[in-house]
Design a protein around this ligand. Structure first.
Ligand SMILES: Cc1cc2nc3c(=O)[nH]c(=O)nc-3n(C[C@H](O)[C@H](O)[C@H](O)COP(=O)(O)OP(=O)(O)OC[C@H]3O[C@@H](n4cnc5c(N)ncnc54)[C@H](O)[C@@H]3O)c2cc1C
Length: 282
C-alpha cells in the first residue's frame, strides 16, 4: 500500500470529478475485500491511485414506491441484518448473510460485489433474479441500467467519465411472488459459490406466470436462464417439467475447472441445484 496515492473524497460530485480527471489510473476502493487481495498478490499495477468511496454516505437502505433503494456502500452485513430487506427482499438478505465470513461481511459492500464482476458474485446473482436496476453517477450525470445489461457492457463503457455505482433499485416482492435460493460451496463460513441458483417467480397456485432464474459461477458472469423462461412461463410446475428444465439448462452454461471444482462437477451440481430451487417455488 505504501506506494499508492490515496484520495478519500467526502461528496459524490467531488468523487466523480476526481475519477474523471484521473481517468484510467484511478481505482475505486470500497470495503477492499476483493481489491486488497489483488494488491497483496501483486495482481495489480501498484502505481494506481486509489479513490475511497466509503465517505460518500452511500450506505443507506430505504423503501420508495414499492422498491428498496440500497446504497452501493451498504455492507453485506448491513443488508443481511436489515429488517426491511429481510421483509421485502428475503432472497437478498439470505444471500448476503451466506457470503464470505462475518469479518468480511462487515467490510464488503454490495457495490464492490458488482464492481468485481466475478463469475461467482453471489450478490449480483440475487440482484439479477430480483430484477434490480443499477444507478451509475458520473461527471455526465446519472444513468439507470438493468443489472443484466450492466454486467455484459464493455468495461470502459460501464463507468465512463468518472462513473461510480451509486445504488441499486430493487422491486419488492409482490403478493404472488415466490423465491428460491441454493448455493453449493466447499464449506460454510467463507466459501465462494461452486454453483448458485437464485430465482424469483410470480405464481398462481402451481402455475408459473413469470420467472427470473439466475445461475451463478457457471459462466463469465451470473445470467438469467432463457431455458427456464421458455419452458416454465404459463406452465404448471410439475416434477416432470422441473426435471426436464434442469437437464436442458446445461446447454446454457459454460463451466470451468478450478481449485474448488471441475467443470464436470459444476455441470452435475447445476442440474441438481436448479431442480431443488424450482421445487422450492412449485
Ligand atoms: C475470504 C473471502 C470470501 C469471499 N466470499 C465471497 C462469497 O461467498 N461470495 C461473493 O460473491 N464474494 C465473496 N468474496 C468477494 C468479496 O468479498 C465481495 O465481492 C465483496 O462484495 C466486494 O466488496 P468490497 O466493498 O470489498 O469491494 P472492493 O474490494 O473495495 O472493490 C472490488 C471492485 O469493485 C470496484 N468498486 C467497489 N465499489 C465500487 C463502486 N461504488 N462503484 C464502482 N466500482 C466499485 C473496485 O474498484 C474493485 O474493482 C469473498 C472475499 C474473500 C476475501
Amino acid at each position: 500500500m505504501s506506494n499508492e496515492t490515496f484520495f478519500a473524497p467526502s461528496d459524490l460530485k467531488e468523487a466523480c470529478a476526481l475519477l474523471s480527471e484521473l481517468g484510467e489510473t484511478a481505482v475505486i476502493l470500497a470495503g477492499g475485500t476483493d481489491l486488497m487481495v489483488r494488491f497483496n498478490r501483486r495482481r495489480r499495477n501498484r502505481k494506481e491511485t486509489l479513490v475511497y468511496v466509503g465517505n460518500l454516505s452511500l450506505d443507506y437502505i430505504s423503501e420508495t414506491d414499492g422498491r428498496l433503494i440500497i446504497g452501493a456502500c451498504a455492507t453485506l452485513a448491513d443488508i443481511a441484518d436489515s429488517p426491511l430487506v429481510k421483509k421485502k427482499l428475503p432472497l437478498l438478505a439470505l444471500t448476503c448473510g451466506e457470503m464470505a465470513s462475518p469479518a468480511i461481511r462487515n467490510a464488503a459492500t454490495l457495490g464492490g460485489n458488482l464492481g468485481t464482476n466475478a463469475r461467482n458474485a453471489d450478490g449480483v446473482a440475487a440482484l439479477m433474479a430480483l430484477g434490480a436496476v443499477v444507478v451509475i453517477t458520473s461527471a455526465d450525470g446519472e444513468s439507470r441500467i438493468p443489472i443484466e445489461e450492466y454486467v455484459s457492457m464493455p468495461k470502459k463503457q460501464k463507468l465512463a467519465n468518472g462513473g461510480i455505482i451509486k445504488q441499486f433499485e430493487v422491486p419488492c416482492l409482490m403478493a404472488d411472488d415466490r423465491w428460491g435460493w441454493e448455493k453449493l460451496r466447499q464449506r460454510r463460513g467463507e466459501g465462494r459459490s461452486i454453483v448458485s441458483v437464485s430465482v424469483r417467480a410470480g405464481m398462481t397456485g402451481d402455475i408459473c406466470k413469470r420467472i427470473r432464474l439466475v445461475l451463478g459461477a457457471v459462466a463469465v458472469h451470473p445470467f438469467i436462464s432463457k431455458t427456464a423462461i421458455q419452458n416454465l412461463e404459463g406452465k404448471q410446475l410439475s416434477a416432470d417439467l422441473i426435471k426436464k428444465v434442469s437437464e436442458e439448462i446445461v446447454a446454457e452454461i459454460d463451466p470451468t475447472s478450478d481449485a474448488r471444482a471441475s467443470a464436470w462437477y459444476r455441470e452435475k451440481a447445476a442440474q441438481a441445484l436448479v431442480r431443488r430451487t424450482l421445487s422450492q417455488i412449485a
